[in-house]
Design a protein around this ligand. Structure first.
Ligand code: SAM
Ligand code: DTB
Ligand code: SF4
Length: 327
């Protein structure tokens, strides 16, 4: 283990990094980025919503929560063939990671879960890194997913522990952390990050970064999402976060979790090429590709191709630097 990888960050240290003059911060993060990663390489992941809408949770940002009246139409779990077809298309478009999302509070041991295990196996057999985000998991469910070939599991902390109850009341921060433990224990790669623009304060953003960086082992990937405000959710009128706030989050995450993949996630549709380039300079090295995230728009293939050409970026191969045991 690299001795520069620390899990004992103090709030003061992280705050001092976060509050550096922004160009110094980018410079520092860029240096760390170059030490640990090839700065031209960007991981391209594709998302697919395999079970959309009708979720019993009350996450204030989420268009898929049943209790808010949004334009999202509730759908049953997609057929396996349709999911594998989408994975194939994503692979052909250059994605090396395929992430399947379900609007579930938690996984239940039922036929739908058996079908998700089938999907995981199918995508894994295609040679892609397969990821899922299905809500809370028990230890046993995490082990079953691992056995089916799951490579990574996404489960976001979203915000600080203090701000969490302002955003979600139907589960606790502790529930989130337990699932992350189950994922880690099953030797599945951990993907966990959050959202900015939820009306949080800077100290909440720093608080979330402290929790992530002080986990016993850093997540292998850390998505930083900018809120996509959706009509009908309690967050519909939130003010847009500025690119400098995204840059500060990304750069701080890069410095304190040097080996992690930092993902510039939701919010790219509202960013131009120059703004996205700033995020890459600050240490982001992963994106979601494809014209839809789960339910909201994302830049299309052509504009991302142009972006990669303009910035001389190349997609990262699947399973690079794999430390997670594959079954
Ligand atoms: N239901 C599962 C869960 O909550 O863990 C998995 C799917 S959920 C949609 C995955 C993540 O998407 C959330 O944790 C949140 O970080 C992100 N997300 C949802 N709605 C969003 C929005 N409007 N803007 C930005 N990120 C969003
Ligand atoms: C993550 O951190 N961002 C993705 C993925 N993990 C699952 C989801 C973003 C969702 C944005 C809102 C939507 O499209 O529904
Ligand atoms: Fe459900 Fe996940 Fe949306 Fe929360 S974020 S309402 S758990 S789909």
């Amino acid at each position: 283990m690299n001795t520069n990888i620390r899990n004992d960050w103090t709030r003061e240290e992280i705050e001092a990094i976060y509050q550096l003059p922004v160009l110094n911060l980018v410079h520092k993060a860029g240096a760390v980025h170059r030490e640990y990663h090839d700065p031209q390489e960007v991981q391209v992941c594709t998302l697919l919503s395999i079970k959309t809408g009708g979720c019993p949770e009350d996450c204030a940002y989420c268009p898929q929560a049943a209790r808010y009246h949004t334009d999202v139409e509730v759908e049953k779990l997609l057929p396996t063939e349709q999911v594998l077809e989408a994975a194939k298309t994503a692979k052909e478009a250059g994605s090396t990671r395929f992430c399947m999302g379900a609007a579930w509070r938690e996984v239940r041991d039922n036929r739908d879960f058996d079908r998700v295990l089938e999907m995981v196996k199918g995508v894994c057999d295609m040679g892609m890194e397969v990821c899922c985000t299905l809500g809370m998991l028990t230890q046993d469910q995490a082990l079953k997913l691992k056995e089916a070939g799951l490579y990574a599991y996404n489960h976001n902390l979203d915000t600080s522990e203090e701000h969490y109850q302002e955003i979600i009341t139907t589960r606790t921060y502790g529930d989130r952390l337990h699932t992350l433990e189950h994922v880690r224990e099953a030797d599945i790669s951990v993907c966990s990050g959050g959202i900015i623009g939820l009306g949080e304060m800077e100290e909440d953003r720093i608080g979330m970064l402290i929790t992530l960086a002080n986990l016993p082992q850093h997540p292998e990937s850390v998505p930083i999402n900018a809120l996509v405000p959706v009509a009908g959710t309690p967050m519909e009128d939130q003010e847009r976060v500025s690119v400098w706030e995204m840059v500060r989050m990304i750069a701080t995450a890069r410095i304190i979790m040097p080996e992690a993949m930092i993902r510039l996630s939701a919010g790219r549709v509202r960013m131009n090429a120059e703004e996205q380039a700033l995020c890459f300079l600050a240490g982001a090295n992963s994106i979601f590709a494809g014209d839809k995230l789960l339910t909201t728009p994302n830049p299309d293939q052509q504009s991302d191709q142009e972006l990669f050409q303009q910035l001389n970026l190349k997609p990262r191969p699947a399973y690079k630097n794999t430390t997670v045991e594959m079954t």
